[in-house]
Design a protein around this ligand. Structure first.
Ligand code: GLA
Length: 386
């Protein structure tokens, strides 16, 4: 639907109150490198993708809030003064969580109607939930003329997911959905929440995303388990080495290796992944700046190996996709996002993209019986008002 058709639909769904209204967009993301480092105060390097959620919004003269999901064709209504988790319409909690966090800032909101639709694949590790949170935050603050900067908005959306939805995610997904830039990846320092733009407009290479179509089953419980193993490692290093160590960000790879025999095997492997992954992110930034795509690709493969063997968050299908990419001779490939299913991200020579897409789909189908989906995306812009 184009913008006019969307507004027509909005007009048919809700009464027009002749109050402040607007249309907004927020994208999904793919993480190029830096996995499971954000909640360890580390570095990540995601880009926004050209798949987005579009939201139309208008104030109401009362205290009601109504959400219409075009894609589910579901209309729900809540009371601003009494926001509670909705077991039935799970999608609505992402919006309510954001609204709840805005109210927690001490802002008094009036009622409003929201309608949204999107093409970010769900449950695929491309952060459709972060896109929904961010677009809601942008719409609701803009309607009410609440001033909040990009990083603050990302943090607010993250708190919505942590507190209302109940997923202990880090900051990466909401951050890149809010602050992504066309033709750039962002190197985000998840300790200071600063970022640097890393140009990614290589004439010769293309980012290609392969969706394994495996739903990320175990992801929440395993995610929390990894977080707690990282905390165990931090406590250990703080005691043995330096009381100032507060996150794996503060630990050198040498130190991790030095204590290999004193750490439980799983804790050692988790720490080894996080600390080496931080190094790979910084090396990737340098490689991209030097236009050394070969080097960047090697770092992507190394990241996957570490995620699969040390962090143990890959799965059979993701490993197959990465191996097939290597067989096809692409520069780099790795799983992206939390893991246990979802997508791989691939760095492919432009001239080879068509062959790659065709071959990897065929071979993946032959090995797993599953039809993969493939998306070719350039780095897109973050959230914005239309
Ligand atoms: C999920 C979380 C992010 C990040 C990644 C793993 O996408 O939402 O905060 O931790 O997993 O890198």
């Amino acid at each position: 639907m184009n913008k006019q058709e969307l507004w027509d639909k909005f007009g048919k769904t809700f009464r027009d109150y002749d109050l402040e209204s607007g249309a907004y967009k927020a994208p999904g993301r793919v993480n190029l490198i830096g996995e499971h480092t954000d909640y360890n105060d580390g570095f990540v390097m995601p880009m926004a993708i050209e798949k987005e959620i579009t939201m139309l919004a208008q104030l109401r003269p009362d205290k009601k809030i109504k959400f219409y999901s075009l894609d589910y064709d579901q209309l729900v209504e809540y009371d601003l003064e009494n926001l509670e988790y909705d077991e039935e319409n799970v999608w609505a909690n992402y919006l309510m969580g954001v609204i709840d966090e805005i109210q927690k800032l001490g802002e008094s909101l009036q009622g409003f109607n929201l309608m949204f639709t999107g093409n970010v694949p769900q449950g695929s590790g491309l952060s459709s939930s972060a896109a929904l949170e961010v677009v809601t935050a942008l719409a609701v603050t803009d309607l009410h003329k609440i001033k909040i900067d990009g990083v603050e908005m990302a943090l607010l959306a993250q708190r919505a997911e942590n507190n209302f939805v109940g997923v202990q995610c880090g900051i990466m997904d909401q951050y890149i959905s809010r602050l992504g830039k066309k033709d750039h990846a962002l190197l985000i320092d998840c300790r200071t929440n600063d970022y640097e733009l890393v140009p990614f407009k290589n004439e010769n290479y293309q980012i290609v995303i392969c969706n394994s179509k495996v739903e990320r089953g175990l992801v929440d419980s395993e995610y929390n388990q990894r977080r707690s193993e990282c905390n165990q490692a931090v406590e250990f290093f703080a005691e043995k080495e330096d009381g100032n160590i507060t996150a794996l960000r503060d630990v050198e790879l040498e130190t991790v290796i030095k204590y290999k025999n004193q750490l439980a095997e799983n804790v050692y492997k988790r720490a080894h992944h996080v600390v080496s992954e931080n190094e790979r992110v910084l090396a990737s930034k340098k490689a991209l700046e030097a236009d050394d795509m070969q080097k960047f690709g090697d770092l992507m493969y190394a990241s996957h190996k570490s995620l699969s063997e040390d962090y143990e968050v890959s799965c059979k299908e993701l490993d197959i996709l990465v191996n097939l990419a290597a067989e096809e001779g692409v520069e780099g490939a790795r799983m992206t996002g939390a893991g246990f299913g979802g997508c791989t991200v691939n760095l492919v020579k432009k001239a080879k993209v068509d062959d790659f897409v065709k071959n990897i789909k065929e071979k993946y189908k032959a090995e797993t019986g599953i039809e993969a989906e493939v998306y070719v995306s350039n780095p897109g812009d973050g959230a914005r008002k239309l």
